[in-house]
Design a protein around this ligand. Structure first.
Ligand code: S3P
Length: 172
């Protein structure tokens, strides 16, 4: 393994950012959020990018950011929920750190994403959109080294579990 990174993947609303920030504090590493980097790189909000440039252009930015970030080390990387759709990104992730998929059931995701209506792919009927995308992406996160259910464990317990997994992963 070239780089020490923990990469959090998962559907929107699975807690990647919350867990990622806590984990960063615990490990004393750097926190990186790929959506945030895209906003900084382009000078545009995510919803604005989708509206003005389209999803494909957003995905191109995302691929560049994933590649660039994972050249670094000692980072907790919170990724956008659709970043795993490109094979190139999945390969970059799996080759440059420990990939942890955060999971939650549809009900939990719907409740969480309903608190924020800025996500471009969920405009309109949140519930319907989440169910459709979950169905389309049902196997998309399975390439991860580990899967964790976030509906069952709070953020602190999840962090402890991820640190434990990291110790095993690093020594394997
Ligand atoms: C997306 C998830 C979002 C963001 C964009 C597209 C997706 O990130 O990258 O709105 O396709 O699932 P979060 O998973 O952090 O919400």
């Amino acid at each position: 393994m070239r780089t020490d990174n923990i990469i959090l993947i998962g559907f929107m609303g699975t807690g990647k950012t919350t867990v990622g920030r806590l984990l960063t504090e615990k490990l004393g590493w750097t926190f990186v959020d790929t959506d945030q980097l895209i906003i900084e790189k382009t000078g545009m909000e995510i919803a604005h990018i989708f509206a003005e440039k389209g999803e494909r252009w957003f995905r191109d930015q995302e691929t560049e950011v994933v590649k660039q970030v994972l050249e670094g080390s000692k980072q907790v990387v919170s990724t956008g929920g659709g970043s795993v759709l490109r094979k190139q990104n999945r390969e970059t992730m799996i080759n440059n750190g420990m990939v942890v998929a955060l999971k939650a059931d549809a009900q939990t995701i719907i409740a969480r994403v309903s608190m924020n209506d800025e996500r471009p792919l969920l405009q309109g009927d949140h519930k319907q959109k989440v169910l459709e995308l979950l169905e389309q992406r049902k196997a998309a996160y399975d390439f991860a080294h580990y899967q964790l259910d976030t509906a069952a464990l709070g953020p602190h317990k999840l962090c402890e579990e991820i640190v434990r997994l990291w110790k095993t992963f690093r020594s394997s």
